[in-house]
Design a protein. Structure first.
Lengths: 229, 229, 229, 229, 229, 229
């Protein structure tokens, strides 16, 4: 079992799917990370210095799961689902031979996220099923699968915080809020966290339940136990 | 402008739509509340005592907006979209003459919520547009409209807390979490709260924007301003 | 873990979901069967005799999994999602306390199937998640979950054949064709069979993967190994 | 080939589907009309007199196609998809034995239209495919089938005008505007009129093209032939 | 408040969204127009002459609202959502800094419209919300927002008529028919006109009501006031 | 009447739509075939030899319907919906002038299929309606139109078998299983076969029924005629 995570920018894997990847690893899965753009636009500093810093940050974060990320080095802010990107993704899939690929949803907020998602739709062909991660803030997203990441919350926060150049606390907070919300949609126990995904059946991948770590455990809804004064 | 809020149980209006109703009132709208069931099953105490207590609690909560709620008194836990309920809702609409009705979504978690929503679909006919409130936890819900309730958060919490028999802090927390999440989906400012709704166009109600208080103000997404060390 | 199967007529559980129930049982789940109508219209013979015969047939079929079915005895061909049916289903759920309920899809071919599905939508409330079985012939149905029933095919055929009054070979054939087709959609191995289902997330049931037996194992698509002459 | 048209009120068949029924008749189909309510609320006059007048008007309109309408006589403004209505519709279908049933869409503007549509969904069972007519004004409606009624426009107008008690010119105008619009969606020739419908595949009715008269003929889109001065 | 209108050809802004732009301007919004192609294929005359004539026509039409249009000058009939187009649109957005962008729907009739819509989906990223205009004839389009353009009908007609090379009366007629139809879907007053749009929530743009001029005012549906003779 | 079939690889037309094309021809339609890629990756042999062999196979198969296929010769496994492919398709449509184009669905299993479908969406513009063929195994596909190919089953099998390099019996079997399943969804007679398609209305093509050969004839569902012993 091998999972390929693809993010448009150096910190996207950490923000959108790191908990699930940690859960996969805990279950024995092998992981591969690929980062589509160089991240040169993620700040108001010298682009070359930023690219170098973010590469180090991404390497540090991935290292928390023992992974050395691949950098595709397309220019930040200019990703297009064209032959170059699709070809690079096909080569990546051919090399990695993943059982599952996880990337951004096609309607996520950032044009680069959308382009990467579009390109992977073609590149994945029938070689690997593609799972779409929750959008930023969950806006316009209807999940079909949830993964309990409660046991991996600290590691996810640490991974996001590796991205020091990105003012990461806002993403730690944003991700925790989103993950807490997704856990609540499953009626998860207090403190539970979950990442949510969407999967569309495509031959030969009609049901990929076995590829994903479990959802938060089911819990009954309870009524008030208050007495009436 | 008159808004009719319909909840299945005595505390549903408060949990699911009170902030929006407060915002409507602040804009000068007249409000009417109707509670479909007697709430006899919302606890492990004597049903008759519970019905009485919850009626008082609902009256107190509605009173925060100067409203005297109507009680339709159908049995809790047994709501069905049949002629009796539909007839009662038609009579209510005929009497109140609302410009907008807000109730539960047809796929909300509780069978009573679903039945009330189904019944109102028929009863509303072409007399009043029906807006569906967010489901419990937002599960399975895709909003089309958001209402900024930041200015009414304290009143909403107070209204929910009026329902002392229901162990209300869990609902105060749940509602705040959901409302904070919905505000984030609009990129609302820190601390912003929003209630989310879904509307399906039906003649003669194709666009009901004018009936709803405003969404959270638009805010740009910003990139990191960190320097690279 | 307890699964409640609900069929509109005495042979519906067998045709639409028996393989999955057998797989659940093999994993240790407890099963309960409920049959909504008396089946009096399933033939051109004396209704009372038919009802008696079909009750025996259903009892025999359920017995293959060690289950004694419950008969709700509503009149065949006249099922309506009204207070009587919804009430009966609520009582059933309250008694059985299932972790999962499986019934017909709301757009299945038979009016009784649709009515039962509609009624269960209300009756299930937040007590139990409802899974919808494949429609007859799969017409108009988009599955979200698949269950591998290859190991239970003979038992399913035997269960259907228990319904001697119903000219059962046509249903054995129909079910096998549908189940073979659903397995192919997963690229199942030659001879694999699967039953397909649809689930819509509703609080507190956002992801019910853990409640279902596994899908057919994933298999890669292969290209031709023929030589070119 | 027999077509059963079902309207909630005495003039609904004429407004929403009369052109298609005329086209069916012109192709040799047998027609049957059923009117669910007595129409007592369609005006501000004495209900009994109105019921009588509308019955005569409906009889006159249906007579234009040689049809004697059936009156189910449920109370106007109070239609509910309950056992009484569903039972009446089942009896009607059993008697008429139609190959196709046409009625209102489940999201049409009038509660009675919605209830009739809901009830027919159950009552039709697997006996007859149900086609949903365009909603009032086409609001919230996505057609799947179009029928060219250009040759039957005058008869449709005459049929609507038979409903003298209903101030019918507004409906003649409204229907013509809608029908002209639907023809334009097919790029129909100038003056073409079409009625639009929606069909959802349900076993055994997956493709009902053969049951419907033809759509407006296809016409290419042309570019300007103007010269540039 | 600044609105960027993007049309594939020199007359598209006028036909599909000019009324709304006029309404925006009347409310004080600043406008910017961009035309993606040179329009060389919109006729059977010399392409270079046509390009020149259409540029003048578009300039004249935009001038009615005090706008000087930008011409992106991609070849007519060959628009593709590739890096060149997406890059040009990103540059445009970066320069104009709009609060709202309006363009064609992704399923509009013309390949160039589809390509422009696809490209803007990527280019808009999280910088600006994208609103999709009604398709030609409204075919396959489900609006979510309506804008009352009754007060701007003459100006819209004049703008379309500026495109003398395009045989514009057919578009004046087509647009008025569509706009009258959309107003009727809102039960607009006699003579009312509306343009219809579709918006899909994407972070940070979950509810953009405040960016759009109002819909036609709500009006009740009335029953007949005829007496029965 | 002219139908243009477009397949991504040399055997796709035969597998996915040959029966319908044979039915079109039998009704007098003229046919044109276009194959987007050279098929160099459909085996483990020398690509150049494979390309040559597959070209001959495709020519032989198309010849069964008297058609000489066009080869667009894009590289197998690398199809992208870019200007080159879209331009080639536009040129093809301009030359062939078809009344209907049939190609793969945008969510079919193979990246090349998806890319061809995406490209044709732009290239078809308003010149020709595009019909999407069933996906491989029908996974994730909701048909809107069915075509009875029972009378053309042998010819379809023969056409698939022309592709000797592709180990064709597996596709003969797969196609027959899918086609039998689709016929069953229409309750087709025993032995009936159907191909299924999906069409989305786009101006000026709102209803294309007249362009398609008939669906399997409608047949009633029958109940058991067994006696009860």
């Amino acid at each position: 079992m091998k999972v390929l995570a693809l993010g448009a920018h150096p910190d996207d894997i950490e923000i959108f799917m790191f908990g699930t990847l940690a859960a996969c690893a805990a279950l024995g899965a092998e992981l591969a990370f690929a980062i589509a753009t160089d991240g040169a636009k993620g700040g108001k500093v010298d682009p070359a210095a930023l690219v170098k810093a973010r590469r180090e940050e991404a390497t540090e974060a991935a290292g928390l799961l023992g992974v050395t990320p691949r950098f595709l080095d397309f220019p930040d802010g200019a990703l297009v689902a064209d032959a170059a990107l699709i070809g690079a993704l096909k080569a990546l899939i051919s090399e990695v031979q993943p059982d599952l690929a996880i990337t951004h949803a096609p309607n996520d907020y950032h044009g680069d996220h959308r382009a990467l998602s579009d390109a992977l739709r073609i590149a994945a062909s029938f070689a690997v099923p593609v799972l779409h991660a929750d959008t930023l803030g969950g806006t316009g997203f209807s999940p079909t699968h949830y993964v309990d990441i409660s046991a991996h919350a600290d590691l996810k926060a640490k991974a996001i915080r590796s991205h020091r150049s990105q003012d990461p606390e806002r993403f730690v907070d944003g991700a925790r809020t989103l993950n807490a919300f997704r856990a609540r949609q499953c009626n998860g126990a207090p403190g539970a966290l979950a990442e949510a995904f969407r999967f569309e059946p495509v031959f030969p991948f009609a049901d990929i339940r076995e590829l994903l770590p479990p959802a938060p455990p089911m819990r009954p809804v309870t009524v008030s136990t208050k007495t009436v004064s």
